[in-house]
Design a protein. Structure first.
Length: 387
């Protein structure tokens, strides 16, 4: 029998769909996973046969509903659909239409299983599904087989983030960076992020922080029959969303206050430079005495090549000078051309970068930058939140 797990939209603040999952009902009434689905000996033909039985039962619940239904297909099942298509129509498409359901209401999740076919063949099969009107999701992104090549070839409408990736990101900064990376990929290819496996309030907030527009997991609702109370889930989730937005407003307010403090301090500094040969010389004490959060100071020319020494704080009042980094080019850093854009927009103010993780300081850093009258760019690395 099929069971259905709700999928909640952060944008709509409501349940917008369900994932259909196959279960076996035991004589005592308990539901357990279907063993054949995870048995490596099960052929793709048998998997497809089981899926079509379950989908026939699931689609019956979707008639007269506007909810999305998420269904799973392995890569080889997608290719089997491709091979069995007739006159350009896929068997799954004919099945959906026989229930009077538009294919646009169905989201086909391509599972993480490895395929015995090339990525080009899989991409062709996915494209046929898309041409028939189905939405496409890529399941368990973050596992080994759901690699960037598959992500780029399929260009899914929805990226489902691997459960373990979300859980690891709660504790480990490196996994948080991966989630940020996925967030940027999703924005770049026009995909939505769906975080599944959410079981706690902390995981819920981490998912939203990481760009989730869709949420799924036991925290919202367990798989059950189709008569689940959507209003009950909505009533549960909205207070959590309101709390998240409230805490984010407080966090943003503190960030702005900190940035203004540093900007006001930097406005007191003298940006005079002296040229000695091919080097630019400044007095770094001017900056390090302004605020303890200021960690490094250096200067580049208009194309990002460092023309001054690299000055780094090593104590409350001490710093070291590194001349080996002169002529190093910083234009590859994400903050550099954002700095250039902001300078053109408002040359009179110190500009502020987005935070990034500094592997040497092992802390989050923001970069303040400004161009002086001689056209040189001053860059000030600042630890976030240091009083």
């Amino acid at each position: 029998m099929p069971v259905f797990q709700p999928i909640f939209s952060v944008e709509d603040c409501d349940v917008v769909g369900f994932e259909s999952l196959g279960r076996l009902r035991l004589p005592d009434g308990n539901l357990v996973p279907v063993a054949e689905f995870v048995d490596p000996r099960t052929t793709v033909e048998r998997l497809t046969e089981l899926d079509r039985i379950l989908l026939g039962l699931a689609f019956g619940n979707l008639v007269n509903s506007h909810d999305l239904l998420f269904i799973n297909m392995s890569p080889d099942q997608v290719i089997l659909e491709f091979e069995e298509s007739k006159s350009g129509q896929l068997p799954i498409g004919n099945m959906v239409r026989s229930f009077g359901i538009p294919p646009s209401q169905i989201v086909v999740e391509i599972t993480e299983k490895l395929s015995s076919y090339s990525i080009e063949v899989l991409s062709a099969g996915v494209e046929l599904l898309r041409e028939e009107g189905f939405k496409i999701a890529l399941d368990d992104v973050g596992t080994e087989s759901s690699n960037l090549e598959r992500l780029g070839a399929i260009k899914p409408d929805i990226i489902k983030v691997d459960l373990n990736l979300l859980k690891n990101a709660i504790e480990k900064r490196e996994f948080q960076s991966i989630l940020e990376y996925l967030k940027q990929i999703a924005l770049g290819i026009g995909s939505e992020l769906l975080f599944e496996g959410i079981e706690t309030e902390i995981e819920l907030y981490r998912a939203i922080e990481s760009g989730a527009s869709l949420l799924q997991g036991y925290f919202l609702g367990r798989p059950s029959d189709f008569n689940i109370s959507k209003q009950g889930i909505k009533d549960k989730m909205i207070p959590y969303l309101e709390q998240y937005h409230h805490s984010k407003r407080i966090e943003v307010s503190k960030e702005i206050e900190f940035e203004k403090t540093i900007q006001n301090k930097l406005d007191e500094s003298d940006l005079k430079t002296v040229s000695i040969g091919n080097r630019i010389v400044i007095d770094p004490n001017i900056f390090f005495k302004l605020h303890p959060a200021i960690q490094r100071v250096y200067i580049t020319d208009s194309v990002g090549t460092q023309v001054s020494s690299y000055y780094q704080r090593i104590g409350k009042f001490d710093f070291i000078e590194n001349i080996l980094m002169v002529q190093k080019n910083w234009s590859y850093m994400p903050f550099f051309y954002k700095h250039v854009k902001q300078v053109f927009r408002d040359p009179g103010r110190w500009q502020v970068s987005d935070p990034y993780w500094d592997k040497d300081l092992k802390k989050n850093v923001i970069v303040f930058s400004k161009v002086n009258d001689m056209g040189f760019s001053f860059f000030i690395d600042v630890l976030i939140g240091v009083e």
